[in-house]
Design a protein around this ligand. Structure first.
Ligand SMILES: C[S@@+](CC[C@H](N)C(=O)[O-])C[C@H]1O[C@@H](n2cnc3c(N)ncnc32)[C@H](O)[C@@H]1O
Length: 209
């Protein structure tokens, strides 16, 4: 089986790239906004990388925070930075495409720029399955208006992802959400730069709409 290219991205290249293109900062702010808006008792941060966004939690009492990623080196960094400061934190090295989630009943699932690297039809139902009945899932997906899928920076290791990731088709995603009994409560677009935007979809279980 082909190795997932995310396993070959050095964590510092990843972080520097994401900061340089301004995407880390936007994702962190969005996650912080969700913590304020929904005041969850349990959180799952999927495709968490090295923990971008967790800096917003250190002074809050959230009993249970699950951080999930396929890359063990990213998770090591995350633990070094946050395990001491966030008592309820647990990390899970999981391939979301091929493995199940080991938790359930989650109030807030934040899924920032992950669906581009997995099959949404496989992963979205797994997330719906572990959502608390009145919980919220927030998907951030990217839409490029002209530039390449991965914005070019001097961190060339990220170019390995260009042939692997692809943009999420929003019409297909609508069908997948509805089959998973999720409904979009709110949709906003955030302009990242002149050639890229983030679409932020906040979803709930159909019966709690
Ligand atoms: C673009 S990054 C996400 C950005 C991150 N949320 C942030 O705020 O910086 C995608 C993340 O998803 C992880 N990932 C990719 N495929 C995965 C899979 N099949 N299962 C779990 N994590 C995966 C990668 O290792 C990477 O950390």
């Amino acid at each position: 089986m082909q190795t997932n290219p995310w396993l070959n991205i050095p964590f510092s290249d990843y972080e520097n790239h994401m900061t340089e293109v301004g995407q880390s900062q936007i994702l962190s702010r969005l996650f912080a906004g969700c913590l304020t808006d929904y005041k969850p008792a349990s959180v799952a941060l999927l495709g968490c990388a090295t923990g971008n966004g967790l800096e917003n939690i250190t002074d809050q009492q959230i009993p249970s925070i699950h951080a999930v990623d396929i890359n063990p080196v990213f998770l090591d960094q995350l633990n070094q930075r946050f395990a001491g400061a966030i008592p309820g934190l647990s990390t899970h090295c999981i391939d979301l495409q091929n493995e199940e989630l080991p938790f359930s009943g989650i109030d807030l699932i934040f899924c920032g720029l992950l669906l581009e690297y997995v099959e949404p039809e496989t992963v979205v139902p797994k997330l719906a399955e572990v959502l608390a009945s009145n919980g919220v899932i927030v998907f951030v997906i990217q839409q490029s208006l002209s530039s390449s899928f991965v914005t070019k920076t001097r961190f060339t290791s990220l170019e390995k992802l260009s042939g692997f990731g692809r943009e999420v088709n929003t019409e297909d995603l609508s069908v997948i959400l509805s089959k998973s009994n999720l409904v979009v409560d709110k949709s906003i677009d955030i302009q990242v730069n002149e050639s890229k935007l983030f679409k932020v979809l906040t979803c709930r279980n159909v019966e709690n709409k």
